[in-house]
Design a protein around this ligand. Structure first.
Ligand code: URA
Length: 445
């Protein structure tokens, strides 16, 4: 396995250089893991297998020329800005496949092409929104300085910059995003560090501006004060679910987004359905969407997702082959100032949400279900299982389906000691390998 370390999350040039060298050397996509310098996963495993520099490429391979269709080059530049941790792997797989099928981009039914197009569309939409929504406001007491804060769904700040400077050519402004700051002095655009909301010196002005513009994004939780009202909600909320189970994954997704079986919907941006091939042999179940997932509308887009992708790669699987779901579908958190701190769901919340996991399992019919961590184990097996002592044990889930529990990638990332982290990651990889083997077995094996 080659580990390629890119310089930053948006290092498309680095990806291009590495991908070119790898492709010329004929390195199979499943033999390459992509990481980003300074990312949480990268920092957690500094002494793992030595990552290669993106530009260095495999030894003995010279620069060579090959052409990719313009349609792919344009699509790739968009996809690279998406938050999905497997975006660079997806692009390399497509690049590799283009060598065998020069007309790949014309195949509208190809799952890689479909996914890449969806990702590119999401990136373009995030760019359009950023350009439309950013309105720099004057800062009280700082004459002439205008500022705006924006959290784009994907890493599009620099992509949106030319349109912003064209729109406000005569306004000195800073546009702050969590990852990068754009600073325009009416002549030159500079980029700088990102900012958390609240880091800014004129916090009050910014906060006010942010609250007004994003009010619908984080709706304030309605206060339910009377006991009667709570009882009425509890009594009525299961009504719609008794009418029948969803008949398709699209119905599951719509149902999750409007689910009221517990109260977690109140603070979250959305309810998140599982994603993956509709009949994937392997289903992975996490705990709940993290903050970034809740905002992006996809599971496992953050650091835990990046580590999961790496573990899947080492186990010979990739994200595109598995159905990725969660025990809980709304992000459970507590507000601390401007931050949203993740909270562990209660047993009642896990039980309420099982309805959706059961529906996905019934529709996808995976051969094996892997529970990542204790909350997922409770949802998958319907009882608590100690992760450390029961991980990797294959259990029956009724019929031919098998299940096993393993470590959650976020747990691996949080382990303070590097040696333990490396061992725990190896255990996770080994359990995913077991899942891959069980998924490959044909019925009756
Ligand atoms: N993202 C998810 O979707 N689930 C997890 O458990 C963690 C991150």
């Amino acid at each position: 396995m080659r580990l390629i370390r890119l310089a930053k999350e948006t290092d498309f040039d680095g990806w291009r250089a590495a991908a070119r060298t790898l492709r010329l050397a004929g390195v199979l996509p499943r033999k390459v893991a992509w990481t980003v310098a300074g990312s949480e996963v990268d920092l957690a495993f500094p002494e793992g297998r030595a990552p290669e520099d993106a530009a260095a490429g495999p030894p003995g391979v010279g620069e060579g020329a090959f052409k990719v269709p313009r349609a792919f080059a344009e699509l790739a530049a968009d996809v690279a800005l998406h938050r999905a941790p497997d975006r660079f792997a997806l692009l390399y797989r497509m690049l590799f496949r283009l060598a065998q099928n020069g007309r790949l981009m014309e195949d509208a039914s190809d799952s890689d092409v479909i996914r890449a197009r969806q990702m590119a569309a999401a990136v373009r939409e995030a760019t359009r929104r950023m350009v439309d929504e950013v309105v720099p406001r004057p800062i009280a007491g700082a004459a002439g300085v205008h500022i705006a804060w924006h959290a784009p769904a994907h890493r599009v700040a620099e992509r949106a910059a030319p349109a912003l400077t064209a729109r406000y050519p005569h306004l000195a402004f800073s546009v702050l995003t969590p990852e990068v700051g754009l600073h325009w002095d009416m002549a030159v655009l500079r980029t700088g560090a990102g900012a958390r909301l609240g880091d800014n010196p004129s916090e009050a002005a910014l906060d006010d501006h942010w609250r007004k513009r994003c009010a619908s994004f984080f709706p304030p939780a309605p206060v339910i004060s009377s006991r009667e009202m709570k009882a009425a909600i509890r009594g009525s909320r299961d009504g719609p679910y008794e009418r029948g189970a969803p008949a398709s994954l699209a119905e599951v997704a719509a149902g999750i987004d409007s689910c009221r079986r517990c109260d977690l919907w109140r603070g979250a941006c959305r309810g998140l359905a599982g994603e993956g091939p509709p009949h994937a042999p392997v289903m992975l179940v996490g705990e709940q969407p993290a903050d970034a997932d809740d905002q992006a509308g996809r599971p496992f887009v953050g650091a835990a997702g990046a580590l999961l992708d790496r573990a899947l790669g080492e186990a010979g699987l990739d994200r595109g082959q598995v159905f990725l779901s969660n025990a809980i579908r709304h992000f459970k958190h507590e507000r601390r100032g401007t931050r949203r701190l993740q909270r562990t769901p209660t047993l009642q919340e896990v039980e309420a949400c099982r309805w959706w996991l059961d529906a996905e399992r019934r529709l996808v019919q995976p051969k094996v279900v892997v529970a990542l961590g204790a909350t997922a184990a409770q949802a998958v097996f319907g009882k608590p299982l100690p992760v450390v002592s029961s991980r990797g044990e294959v259990r029956s889930l009724g019929g031919r389906a098998r299940g096993l529990v393993t470590f959650h990638p976020a747990f691996v990332l949080r382990l303070p000691e590097e040696r333990v982290r490396t061992e725990t990651l190896a255990a996770l990889v080994s359990d995913l390998r077991t899942a891959r083997r069980l998924g490959e077995k044909t019925a009756g094996d």
